[in-house]
Design a protein around this ligand. Structure first.
Ligand code: HEC
Length: 133
């Protein structure tokens, strides 16, 4: 299924302008329709992703994961997270995350940097990559 993700068309429009986006903006456009990332916020269609880097897959309390992801035996290294964002169903056939990636490789890197930063107890504000108007 193509473009089934919430927010994907909005993301494509913004990406099509050619302006660089920050990791936080990429998360907001492509992931936040289904995922909160701030600690303490509830699960949405997908689980809260706060501190997900380094954790075993399918381990967030209170979220009903697919049998496929529970059986995958993965942990969220940067490499696995990158493979997941690029093609979740290739990494874990049968996953319930219906998301079609439209990001460029450098955008995936910025996105994963942002998710990794959310792992830190006191994340620094995102600087340097935001658009100045
Ligand atoms: C259309 C909704 C949707 C979108 C958009 C989406 N996800 Fe998901 N995500 C899910 C669902 C549902 C699951 C649970 C999958 C399962 O159980 O198989 C999930 C699971 C995950 C997991 C595994 C979490 C864990 O606890 O093991 C990660 C990591 C993740 N998503 C990252 C992302 C990122 C990064 C993006 C943006 C590029 C994104 N997702 C976009 C719905 C979505």
């Amino acid at each position: 299924m193509r473009n089934s993700s919430i927010g994907a068309s909005e993301g494509e429009q913004k990406l099509a302008t050619g302006k660089p986006l920050s990791g936080a903006e990429i998360f907001a456009l492509t992931c936040q329709g289904c995922h909160n990332i701030e600690a303490g916020l509830p699960h949405r269609v997908g689980p809260n992703l706060s501190g997900i880097l380094g954790q075993p897959a399918a381990s967030q309390a209170g979220f009903a994961y697919s049998p496929a992801l529970q059986a995958a035996g993965l942990s969220w290294s940067r490499a696995n997270l990158e493979a997941w964002v690029v093609a979740a169903e290739t990494l874990v056939p049968g996953t319930w995350m219906l998301y079609h990636n439209e990001l460029q490789p450098d955008e995936v890197t910025l996105l994963i940097n942002y998710i990794e930063q959310e792992h830190l107890p006191n994340p620094e504000p995102v600087t340097g990559t935001e658009q100045q108007h």
